[in-house]
Design a binder for this molecule. Structure first.
Ligand code: PXL
Length: 293
């Protein structure tokens, strides 16, 4: 997907939250910094504007942008511009899921990356109805790459979320069953393993590889780390990195950024301090800390 005539474009379909460093607020800088190395342009398609994320600041001011998305898609159709990647995340309604299907149809050759944002820690995020969960499940079947956490993995498979540590066999089975839904690359974030490790896990169906990138576990959770992870992974894949390599860069970057934030003792609701760590993403040499699973 490397191009010389112009930077590859990625349509990023996520919300824009004004406080709490999640979704487009972290996706735009992270993808742009990676794109700086070999070219890569991120084109935001905001699904909604919120004063804050929904995780701890009370009820945010909120404008749904479904009408805007419909008009934006119609405009892009008239332009006939190629798009190399369509990357979807936080969606607010079944109508927005249908719009994402419209984007997939508009650019059938684009890499389709679906971050099936629905919930975490065994619970759905506020406002996620069973119809919306079903819509996101359907969207994920059309994806080339998905990045669920364990809660979202269970929701995609129609199973009860299970937070118990996974054996290697269970981890491989989970990845393979998610891939059988459609996506050739599955990356599960934040899995505890029975080995005592805390890791991100990857299945690369084309190459037949199962991989893990182990992280240090810190007893704190920040919103937006899943968005940051998926953005760095997607940007890496757009640049031609192998799934294992792209996962490893995203793992290391989120680990460094979480550790930095933890060290400052910052209010966890405000998300991670990526302003302090974006420079790390300019490194040309990628880490290769991934191992077979
Ligand atoms: O990081 C996921 C996310 C994205 N967007 C909004 C959210 C959340 C998680 O809480 O509230 C608005």
């Amino acid at each position: 997907m490397n191009r010389t005539d112009r930077p590859a474009r990625c349509a990023a379909v996520h919300d824009l939250s004004g406080l709490g460093r999640c979704s487009l607020s972290v996706i735009l800088p992270a993808m742009s910094v990676i794109g700086r190395l070999r070219g890569g342009q991120v084109c935001p398609l905001p699904t909604a504007v919120l004063s804050t994320h929904t995780g701890g600041f009370g009820a945010p001011a909120r404008r749904d942008l479904t009408d805007y998305l419909t008009e934006a898609l119609a405009h892009y159709r008239t332009l006939g511009l190629p798009m190399e990647c369509v990357y979807t995340g936080y969606l607010g309604s079944v109508a927005q899921v249908a719009l994402c299907q419209g984007l997939f149809a508009e650019w059938p050759a684009a890499m389709k990356a679906v971050d099936p944002v629905m919930g975490d820690h065994g619970k759905l995020y506020h406002g996620f109805t069973p119809e919306l969960v079903q819509g996101i499940r359907e969207l994920a079947t059309h994806a080339d790459v998905i990045t669920p956490n364990l809660t979202e993995a269970a929701l995609l498979l129609g199973e009860e979320p299970n937070t118990a540590p996974l054996s290697l066999g269970q981890a491989r089975s989970l990845l393979a069953r998610l891939s059988a839904l459609g996506p050739g690359v599955v990356v599960i974030t934040g899995a505890a393993l029975t080995t005592g490790e805390y890791a991100n896990l990857c299945y690369d169906r084309e190459r037949g590889g199962y991989w893990k990138s182990v992280s240090e576990y810190l007893p704190v959770r920040y919103p937006g780390t899943g968005d940051l992870f998926a953005a760095v992974l997607t940007a890496g894949l757009m640049q031609g990195d192998s799934p294992a390599m792209a996962m490893d860069r995203a793992t290391r970057y989120v680990e460094i950024t979480v550790k930095t934030t933890f060290g400052y003792g910052a209010d966890s609701r405000e998300g991670v301090m990526l302003e302090r760590t974006l420079g790390w993403l300019t490194q040309k040499e990628l880490p290769r800390g991934y191992r077979t699973l």
